[in-house]
Design a protein around this ligand. Structure first.
Ligand code: 9MR
Length: 688
């Protein structure tokens, strides 16, 4: 019995043990699964069933995924540390598929020795990967900064990732990462598939504009191979030139593996690769589409290893001589490849891209400049001329190149290069808004032409104003700009190609601003109709739902005698009325203090939006120049630059077309230094 019972109890014990271990294994499996569920994409669900992400890295790296082959992620003390970054785009990814079709707010706490870090969105749209910046912030290695922004994720997006990258390759630390839906949540699984518009009867830009200039667009390489052929069909119908939006940039063609595989061979001549471009270039050749080479020497999207001894980012920068050799041989290899494989296909190359700093009086600091010196631009053009086949035009390309400060600096740098015969053209990028002065843009074009160069508009996209009439106002602006391009061409300005920076809004790098000619389903936007109408002479029809804005166009006049003024200080300036040396009467306005040149006196001129104004005033300052500038949505078109300096009163009188499409608008006075200035008898009135 004992035995029996022992047997029984043995059997029972074994069974219990087995059962227990099964339960253990099962519960372990379940907890792993649960952990996976939670950690898989880090998405949690709030009490209303709305997904959100809120990660603080207290318990490991959670859903963080390394971005870039060499990138390493490590978590310690509640910080996610991102190391081994060899390219600026290396960083961290977080899956975002649960937010497709929704507007989200994204936030991250970031610390880094890189001057700036960015929070961006990567997603696939019909086979094409797009990247959009959500927010950028200045960063420091000493403390955490918050970067944030809102973004609408296209209903058609797939494989969505939020990511953090930086302006350089230093480590990045992340303490918090959050995503929250803004407004009502749309469940992505309920969204309908996109129906593409029928493009068969669309007017063809390349034909309509054939008498004036080539019409180009930027595309990704994936359009040609994509099983969704809608995009490439539209490109082929409308355009006769393309630019690769990203894939011919230094980081796409410089080949790290091969370069380091044999330093005796590649140390002075970095290896290059082009296989990823073949299909599109063959397509272009077959369809008579010409290509702009974008871009050779650029501060951005250039791999960090290129600048270092043995192509090793842990070693020092190479010296000037070796950097020049690398530059020369890289340029030579690219031109040799292009000429051997695609003679006649490339019409132009952006030899140097964006070398002048924002604000525009000096060169942008970058590795090329640090290692070679300020003459790196001249050298790049010298080598490009040496190896470029005849007939291929060599360009300097930049954004805001219509703004007078930057324009004048560009011109100064290009003069000797033009004199040496090493440059053929200036690429005016054209990432602009409806606030950009059209006349201003054309004036810069003429000034570049005066250097004996041709001009291309290389990256045109025009942000849609954020108002009730945005779609129409954008169309009106496109119309006005293209009319001006045609007129400029007719009057002899050598404008040879205009390229739009993408075809449809959801694939644009500025998708939130809807800056392109076609909607997501490739239907014609008013922007496209505006471009067509500019050449056919048709009128753009105002939509039935156009909201007329009532404007107060009463004259603004202030002589300050009663001590009053309608404007106010801009940023940290101080504004007041004083009696020292007025222009006339006994008082004038003074504007003083401020830490930046753009601190000044600001006047609301919203009443005059879309109208022509007449202005006059008297100004005096010890600053070399005093300026009157429009203040609109990231654009600062200068209207008057007055040579002051003498501190004597100078009278100014003029007219200005105040751009349309804005609900509010201000005008401001500033000096080119932080010196104070005085203003008297300011008049702003309707010109008509
Ligand atoms: O449109 C490009 C975008 O997809 C890339 O993420 C970005 C990275 O720098 O570059 C964009 O294109 C730029 C162009 O090459 C040069 N001028 C400014 C353009 C917009 O940033």
């Amino acid at each position: 019995m004992k035995e029996e019972s022992g047997k029984v109890s043995n059997i029972t014990n074994r069974t219990i043990l087995k059962l227990l271990s099964l339960v253990l294994v099962l519960s372990m499996a379940l907890s792993v699964l649960a952990a996976c569920n939670k950690n898989d994409d880090g998405v949690q669900i709030d009490e209303n069933g709305v997904p959100y992400i809120d990660i603080s890295f207290e318990k490991g790296k959670g859903p963080a995924i390394a971005r870039g082959d060499s990138t390493k992620l490590e978590v310690k003390d509640g910080e996610l540390k991102i190391t081994n970054r060899t390219d600026a785009w290396n960083g961290v990814n977080f899956k975002g598929d649960k937010f497709i079709g929704n507007k989200v707010q994204v936030k991250a706490s970031v610390k880094s020795a890189n001057p700036t870090c960015s929070l961006s969105l990567q997603y696939d749209l019909a086979g094409t990967t797009a990247y959009t910046t959500i927010g950028t912030g200045n960063t420091s290695s000493g403390y955490y900064s918050q970067i944030q922004g809102e973004i609408e994720i296209s209903e058609q997006a797939e494989n969505v990732f939020f990511y953090i990258e930086a302006s350089g390759v230093d480590d990045i630390y992340v303490k918090e990462f959050e995503v929250h839906v803004v407004g009502d949540y749309v469940d992505p699984s309920t969204l309908a598939k996109l129906e593409y518009a029928n493009i068969a009867d669309y007017p063809e830009l390349k034909t309509l504009y054939a008498d004036y200039f080539k019409f180009g667009c930027a595309i990704p390489t994936t359009f040609v191979s994509n099983k969704n052929q809608n995009y490439i069909e539209l490109v082929t119908k409308e355009f006769n030139a393309i630019t690769f939006e990203n894939e011919l940039k230094p980081d796409s063609i410089l080949d790290y593996e091969t370069s380091v595989s044999d330093l005796s061979k590649y140390n002075e001549s970095p290896a290059v690769k082009f296989d990823h471009l073949k299909e599109t270039l063959d397509y272009c050749k077959e369809h008579g589409i010409v290509v702009r080479g974008h871009t050779l020497v650029w501060y951005s999207q250039t791999p960090a290893w290129l600048y270092h001894v043995d192509y090793d980012i842990n070693k020092d920068f190479v010296d000037r001589d070796l950097m020049l050799k690398r530059m020369e041989n890289y340029i030579k290899s690219v031109f040799e490849w292009a000429q051997t494989n695609y003679p006649g296909v490339f019409y132009a190359w952006d030899v140097v891209n964006e070398a002048v700093a924002d604000g525009g009086s000096i060169l942008r600091d970058c590795e090329w400049k640090q290692i070679i010196g300020d003459d790196y631009i001249e050298k790049a053009f010298e080598y490009a001329r040496k190896y470029a086949p005849d007939g291929v035009k060599l360009f300097y390309n930049d954004y805001n190149s219509y703004q007078n400060g930057k324009r004048d600096t560009i011109i100064e740098y290009l003069k000797p290069i033009a004199a040496a015969g090493n440059i053929d053209g200036v690429g005016m990028q054209g990432h602009i808004s409806t606030a950009t002065g059209v006349d201003y843009f054309i004036e810069a074009m003429k000034m570049y032409a005066d250097l004996g160069l041709v001009v291309n508009v290389t990256e045109l996209d025009i942000s849609m104003p954020n108002n009730n009439n945005g779609e129409y106002d954008q169309g009106v602006y496109f119309n006005k700009l293209f009319k001006a391009f045609i007129d400029a061409k007719k009057s002899g300005v050598p404008l040879e190609c205009v390229t739009v920076w993408g075809i449809c809004d959801n694939l644009s790098w500025k998708s939130a601003d809807k800056p392109l000619l076609f909607a997501d389903d490739l239907s014609q936007k008013t922007a496209f109709k505006g471009v067509v109408a500019a050449v056919t002479g048709e009128e753009l029809q105002k939509p039935a739902d156009y909201v007329e804005i009532v404007r107060d166009t009463s004259t603004i006049y202030e002589d300050y005698e009663d001590g009053k003024f309608v404007g106010g200080p801009r940023f940290s300036a101080t504004v007041g009325v004083g009696d020292s040396d007025p222009f006339d009467g006994s008082k004038s306005l003074f504007c003083t203090g401020g830490v930046d040149t753009y601190d000044g006196y600001s006047v609301d001129i919203s009443g005059f939006v879309g109208k022509k104004i007449h202005y006059s005033f008297a100004v005096r300052s010890a600053a070399p120049q005093t300026k009157m500038t429009l203040d609109i949505d990231g654009e600062w078109p200068n209207i008057e630059t007055i040579t002051t300096g003498s501190d004597e009163w100078i009278e100014v009188d003029g007219y200005c077309d105040v751009p349309g499409g804005y609900d509010t608008l201000t005008l401001y006075f500033e000096t080119t230094t932080t010196d104070s200035f005085n203003l008297d008898n300011l008049l702003i009135e309707l010109a008509e």
